[in-house]
Design a protein around this ligand. Structure first.
Ligand code: FMN
Length: 176
């Protein structure tokens, strides 16, 4: 499949089969995450891989929209390091790029995934930091649920020409 199709066909998948993801595949998608661009190439991220049911259960208690973990094989919490980031706030942007790389790599390898938001909700950040015993300079950014997909989703129409301007705000790039 072409790269562009991987990008357009990636969907949030929230139902997974019993099949477990092997460590080699986990390593491949984390490698993709670590190849994301980052400000001044500082790569201010860490990844916490979760595959233990009691921790999945605890996450479903502290996060209101993480029910997909019921069937997930693994979860990865993408974390940002305040001591490694380029300047105040860059960790968020860099972790966003890493998270998207992770999702796209998972899709390209036939996995289903779902981004579960943590940042910027303070109460979630505190709860995940406690649960995973993160040091104070490491902040949880997002959780990614992973598993072999048990649902399929069609590609929706999302291209909106009116969102694209030409050399400034007043003119459209795409004329009707
Ligand atoms: C910052 C962010 C937070 C999200 N949080 C959740 C979440 O808590 N639970 C969930 O099921 N999906 C979550 N999603 C997934 C979105 O619902 C999903 O990306 C969106 O509906 C578009 O669908 P698609 O991913 O299939 O293209 C989140 C996505 C982003 C980017």
């Amino acid at each position: 499949m072409k790269m562009i199709d991987h990008i357009l066909d990636r969907r949030s998948i929230r139902r997974y089969s019993d099949q477990k993801i092997d460590d080699k595949t986990i390593k491949t998608i984390l490698t993709a995450a670590m190849y994301a661009p980052s400000a001044v190439n500082l790569q201010p991220w860490h990844f916490v891989v979760i595959d233990q049911w009691p921790i999945m259960e605890r996450i479903m208690e502290i996060h209101p929209h993480a029910r997909m973990l019921r069937t997930a094989s693994h979860a990865v919490v993408v974390c940002g390091d305040l001591e490694l980031q380029h300047d105040d706030g860059y960790w968020v942007v860099d972790c966003g790029a890493a998270t998207q790389n992770l999702l796209l790599a998972a899709h390209a390898l036939g996995l289903g995934s779902c981004w579960v938001g943590i940042h910027p909700r303070e109460e979630r950040k505190i709860a995940f930091s406690r649960l995973l015993s993160l040091p104070s300079h490491v902040l949880p950014f997002a959780l990614v649920a992973l598993g072999y997909p048990e649902e399929q989703k069609a590609r929706p129409e999302r291209f909106h020409p009116d969102k694209v301007k030409h050399n400034g705000w007043d003119t459209s790039f795409f004329q009707e």
